[in-house]
Design a protein around this ligand. Structure first.
Ligand code: AMP
Length: 283
């Protein structure tokens, strides 16, 4: 497995791989790899000849006062895991490599960036779209893999790829969970043992909303109220950022509920802001 930090070397290797006719699968990450990340890599490994992952904690997608400085990192552990799933190349750039002095170009996916997580994190998705665009330009993948765990991100990347005529396929993979339902996340590392035990409440709230819909409820307000009740039962939730049920494609509100729905939430437990979502399809 190659570990590459410089853009010129990455470009040279990608040129060689492409000249040999190999397909390229790509998994962008911020590292501190867990089974959620690895599931994307395993799928990308199966579906492509050459597997590239990137590990880069992208400062552009963190707001002021967010957790950029304490975001967990584990270079050696990550490289060992990447090697084990059969990655061919890990792109591990430094900040100044991707954002040299004078950098001033950003990608804004309008509308989709300003709802759900975009309300409390107004510059987050601009940072995501910009870095993913840069990484796509560098890696030139045939397929790129993203997790359903970050549903809004996956929708937004698909939109960007379509709108900017990028020549690649976006593959969205299921959320990998712990046994008690908590979605795996590098940010779960912030939780104390007691907070960790409380954290599955978000998934339970989403499932309670799903159950209500399965029972025939079609009012989004009633579904949100049900999810809020479940969250309210867990005193370790410091604050609810949002709990919503929206159209799974455009993230807009829908009343009455119909079609493909995204139940999504973000809550603060201890030092962690946790997000999760499920999709419910009504025939
Ligand atoms: P991150 O390192 O948090 O930027 O995540 C890198 C990629 O892994 C993104 O496409 C995430 O959606 C995906 N991912 C993170 N956690 C999970 C999970 N629990 N299940 C599936 N995919 C995940």
């Amino acid at each position: 497995m190659e570990v590459v930090t410089a853009i010129e070397e990455l470009r040279r290797r990608i040129r060689e791989v492409k000249a040999g006719g190999a397909s390229i699968g790509f998994v962008p990450t911020m590292g501190f790899l867990h089974q959620g990340h690895l599931s994307l890599m395993e799928r990308a490994r199966r579906e492509n000849d050459f597997l590239v992952i990137s590990i880069f904690v992208n400062p552009l997608q963190f707001g002021r006062g967010e957790d950029l400085d304490r975001y967990p990192r584990d270079r050696e552990g990550d490289l060992a895991k990447a090697r084990k799933v059969g990655c061919d190349l890990v792109f591990f750039p430094e900040e100044k490599t991707l954002y040299p002095p004078g950098f001033t170009t950003y990608v804004q996916v309008e509308g989709l960036s300003s709802v759900l997580c975009g309300v409390s994190r107004p510059t987050h998705f601009r940072g995501v779209a910009t870095v993913v665009n840069k990484l796509f330009n560098l890696v030139q993948p045939d397929r790129a893999y993203f997790g359903q765990k970050d549903a809004q991100q996956a929708i937004l990347i698909k939109r960007m790829v379509a709108d900017l005529n990028m020549n690649l396929e976006v593959v969205v993979c299921p959320t990998v969970r712990e046994e008690d339902g908590l979605a795996m996340s590098s940010r779960n590392n912030y939780l104390t043992p007691q907070e960790r035990r409380a954290a599955p409440v978000l998934y339970r709230a989403l499932k309670a909303g799903e159950e209500l819909i399965a029972g025939g409820e079609r009012s989004p307000r009633a579904v949100v109220r049900r999810m809020e009740e479940v969250i309210a039962g867990e005193p370790l939730v410091k604050k609810v950022d949002y709990l919503v049920v929206v159209d799974a494609e455009n993230l807009q509100e829908k009343d009455p509920l119909e079609g493909s729905l995204l139940l999504a939430g973000a809550v603060y437990i201890g030092k962690a802001r946790l997000i999760d979502n499920i999709i419910v399809n009504l025939a």
